[in-house]
Design a protein around this ligand. Structure first.
Ligand SMILES: [Zn+2]
Ligand SMILES: [Zn+2]
Length: 136
């Protein structure tokens, strides 16, 4: 009995979300990031830097803060921050608040110093000339 030739396996279709228009699309290429219409139109994939590892990830939802692998590592949704991250965010907020307060205080001090250092008013040139004439 002759061996049956197995036909080449068709590449499986993968369902993906387009990184540009965020629509679902199917592709044979596992690395495809955009749907065909977006590739044709030259639409760019949107990226955001991960709040945790700071590396860019494809932004499929504006609410996403973490890249998929960091979200996985935390066991969280991409739009959710871990308690440590929230604490860090609060810390950053406190710090920027502190810096703002410090900057406005510095500005206030500088302004005050400038007011104290203001030079006496320059005499009116005409008056000055007259004085000179009077002296002559
Ligand atoms: Zn698309
Ligand atoms: Zn990450």
């Amino acid at each position: 009995m002759p061996r049956k030739e197995t036909p080449p396996k068709p590449k499986p279709l993968i369902s993906k979300v387009c990184g540009a228009c965020r629509e679902d699309f199917v592709t044979h290429r596992p690395k495809a990031g955009r749907c065909q219409p977006c590739i044709d139109q030259g639409q760019k994939i949107k990226y955001r830097n991960c709040y945790e590892c700071r590396s860019p990830f494809v932004l499929l939802d504006d609410l996403h803060l973490n890249c998929p692998s960091c979200a996985d590592a935390f066991g969280l949704d991409q739009s959710t921050l871990s308690p440590e991250q929230i604490e860090r965010l609060r810390e950053e907020e406190r710090l920027s608040e502190f810096i703002n307060r410090r900057d406005s205080l510095l500005q206030w001090l500088k302004d005050r110093e400038r007011r104290y250092k203001r030079k006496p008013p320059i005499p009116n040139p005409t008056q000055y000339d007259l004085t000179m004439l009077g002296l002559l």
